[in-house]
Design a protein around this ligand. Structure first.
Ligand code: B4P
Length: 191
């Protein structure tokens, strides 16, 4: 029964760790990035709108993203807990999540901040560009995604830190090692 957020710069490994933590804690992982990409692939109206922002390394507008998350968090399978991967990313999204949680009478347990050096991230995303051909992994777009992260998402860390919710984990090294670090940090908080 854990409600957690994964936050961190683009390519820090949020999606990679979300899959593992979802299995370890028995809660559904909700990745806004994955949901947008699935919609792009299926050619839905949401996908058509999201694609132009994602391809430019910009955030999808809050109105679209908030509606999507509000609807997903109303699903039955999240009543016992969830892991949000890549949401919230803006202060308006923090406000929306606060409202959704207040309405459901629930509270967040923890915010996992995955940190990684910019050089390592550029290397990872450049590799992913070759492996998966993601349209937002070109060098120019990666740089812009960093700027957007610094400007809009990094300030959220102090909001959640002031609520005593943040655990910071080093995202460098082998994927298994990063998972082990997160589990150790969560266990230390009694989760
Ligand atoms: P996301 O899908 O969230 O993707 P991300 O930030 O690029 O990556 P993540 O941190 O999940 O890294 P990953 O595990 O894949 O967002 C994509 C876009 O969607 C955003 O730019 C935005 O346009 C839109 N969007 C999403 N949420 C939004 C929101 N709330 N509001 C508005 N817009 C939103 O890892 C990256 C790579 O590194 C992978 O290739 C992986 O295999 C590799 N890797 C991971 N861990 C590693 C390790 N320890 N060592 C080596 N390689 C590793």
């Amino acid at each position: 029964m854990t409600r957690m957020l994964l936050i961190g710069p683009p390519g820090a490994g949020k999606g990679t760790q979300a899959v593992r933590l979802s299995a370890a804690y028995g809660v559904p992982a909700i990745s806004t990035g994955d949901i947008f990409r699935a919609n792009v692939e299926q050619g839905t109206e949401l996908g058509l709108q999201a694609k132009q922002f994602m391809d430019a390394g910009k955030y999808v507008p809050d109105s679209l993203t908030n509606d999507l998350v509000r609807s997903r968090l109303n699903d039955h399978d999240v009543s016992e807990g969830f892991l949000l991967d890549g949401y919230p990313r803006t202060s308006a999204q923090v406000d929306e999540l606060d409202e959704i949680l207040a309405q459901s009478g629930h509270a967040l347990d923890v915010v996992v901040l995955i940190v990684a050096e910019k050089d390592e991230i550029v290397t990872r995303l450049s590799k992913r560009a070759i492996d998966q051909g993601r349209s937002d992994d070109t060098e120019d777009v990666i740089r812009h995604r960093f700027e957007v992260y610094e400007e809009q998402t990094a300030p959220l860390i102090s909001i959640y830190t002031s609520r005593g919710l943040v655990v910071e984990v080093d995202g460098l090294g082998a994927v298994d090692d990063v998972t082990a670090r997160i589990v150790t940090a969560l266990t230390a908080r009694g989760l």
